[in-house]
Design a protein around this ligand. Structure first.
Ligand code: PHE
Length: 465
């Protein structure tokens, strides 16, 4: 079966596709508002700790699990966890763990897409709005424009256009669909991101001379230790999962299209570096300082609407703002689109390989499933007549903060505890860099699963208290 599966066409295509997978709305939409609402600089401490203790080890585990599963013709986490666990425990136990991880991942991926695709639709809609000057008229606040937008039929139109684009890309398969989109969109994304970040740091505040964008940069890098607690630590770990696309097995899926001896170690670090550059340097520098310049220290924590409410203010006030606005929202669109392709392909692979449904048919089934799970998110602002987006925020918190982390625990425990040293051997096959056994023993067998468990326990306790 494995020889029927597609492989990546080129190394550069693979790396850009992985970067496209990881770099998404998480970097430009979610990171700024999570960092801002969890104490700015204080958030960055647990963020970096989680990157090292959890992000890097799980990224390695997922690439490894993926290449391993691909050899057996499987591209999703359930069968992969089963195959690996089988080397440590009885096939029956392995099957239970595999089924648990597989169904959990399926549900979580669907849930993420209930709002993820919606926001991709907003970014596309806002790209057009920017070009046509839709928020340039100062008579209406950008908040009012946003409320108006998410309550209008345009939301449905752009949502469906985005979904159709995704469906077509996924139906075309790995090389013609995923890889070619990534090769086009990712370089453009970096260019736009750099232009916008440079524009952002040279911005003074027209509202309050004390709120220069430079101070905003300071705000994200200056830690306020009083804001450190279990809840912000959990939010930081959740952001690491979300931004690196780890937990659901989405990285595994792309890695399953590797050839059996392709490198996984260097590729893991390449994925992380490309993503973190986009998150911290571009996402952090473009959004937070701009929001700070216009909204001040209080307003930066504006929540899920930050990108759509804060940033149009800047585009209004700058020369060629319509163009910069369109660039910004197109950047968000490209980022979101290439990540959504990864999730869509994952669900299709699950139906195709694990349940035997034909690829085209599976793509249609997922298309309609996305519409069903997305409807509550699309309808909320219309029914409540507000832009509070309580449901969206709540689902994002559950998925991003809790569920991905639980899945990460299953992955690390399977590789570290059940498969053990054989997982390390597999990881170091092919490739130029080897992971030393002390690193594997210390992290994958120890710090990674244990720190996840501690985070889950203490933050649940905080939540109950
Ligand atoms: N990593 C993507 C982002 O940053 C989102 C994503 C999460 C994609 C989980 C796949 C899996 O937006």
């Amino acid at each position: 079966m494995s020889n029927q599966r597609e492989n990546w066409g080129s190394k550069i295509g693979l790396i850009l596709a992985m970067a496209g997978n990881a770099i998404g709305l998480g970097n430009f939409w979610r990171f700024p508002y999570q960092a801002a609402s969890n104490g700015g600089g204080a958030f960055m401490i647990p963020y970096f700790a989680a990157l090292i203790m959890i992000g890097i080890p799980i990224m390695l585990v997922e690439w490894n699990l993926g290449r391993y599963g691909g050899k057996y013709g499987h591209g999703t986490i359930g069968p992969m966890v089963y195959l690996q666990a089988r080397e440590g425990v009885s096939p029956r136990k392995a099957a239970i763990i595999g089924a648990l991880a597989g169904s959990f991942a399926f549900a979580v991926t669907l849930l993420v897409n209930s709002y993820y695709n919606q926001i991709i639709g907003w970014t596309l809609g806002y790209s057009f709005l920017s070009l046509t000057g839709g928020y340039m008229d100062e008579a209406k606040s950008t908040g009012e424009v946003f409320v108006g937008y998410i309550q209008s039929p345009k939301v449905f139109i752009f949502w469906i256009i985005a979904l159709a684009g995704l469906g077509i890309a996924v139906m075309r398969g790995v090389q013609k669909g995923i890889e070619s989109w990534a090769k086009l969109m990712m370089p453009v994304l970096y260019v736009f991101g750099i232009i916008l970040a440079i524009r952002a740091i040279t911005l003074g505040s027209p509202v309050n001379p004390d709120w220069s964008s430079f101070k905003g940069l300071n705000y994200i890098w200056n830690p306020d230790f009083t804001k450190l607690n279990w809840t912000s630590a959990l939010a930081a770990a959740g952001q690491i999962f979300f931004t690196l696309s780890i937990g659901m097995g989405i990285i595994c899926n792309y890695a399953s299209y590797l050839k059996p001896d392709d490198d996984v170690v260097v590729s893991s670090f390449a994925t992380i570096s490309l993503n973190e550059f986009a998150e911290i340097i571009l996402g952090g520098t473009a959004v937070i300082p701009i929001a700070y310049a216009f909204l001040g220290p209080e307003g930066v924590g504006a929540g899920v609407g930050l990108s759509f409410i804060a940033l149009p203010n800047v585009f209004r006030a700058m020369p060629a703002g319509q163009i910069f606005g369109a660039l910004w929202f197109l950047l968000l669109f490209f980022a979101g689109f290439t990540s959504a392709i990864a999730m869509y392909n994952y669900l299709v692979a699950l139906m195709e390989e694990d349940l035997g449904v034909h690829r085209k048919k599976a793509a249609w089934v997922i298309f309609f499933a996305y519409i069903i799970v997305g409807l509550p998110v699309a309808l909320e602002p219309i029914l409540t007549k507000t832009a509070d987006l309580v449901y969206l925020t709540e689902v994002d918190n559950w998925v991003g903060v809790y569920l991905l982390i639980v899945l990460g625990f299953i992955e690390a425990a399977t590789a570290g505890w059940l498969m053990g040293d054989r997982a390390l051997e597999e990881l170091n096959r092919g490739g130029y860099w080897k992971i030393p056994s002390w690193f594997f023993n210390l992290f994958v067998k120890g710090i990674t699963p244990i720190s996840i468990a501690i985070l889950l326990i203490f933050s649940t306790k905080d939540y109950i208290d």
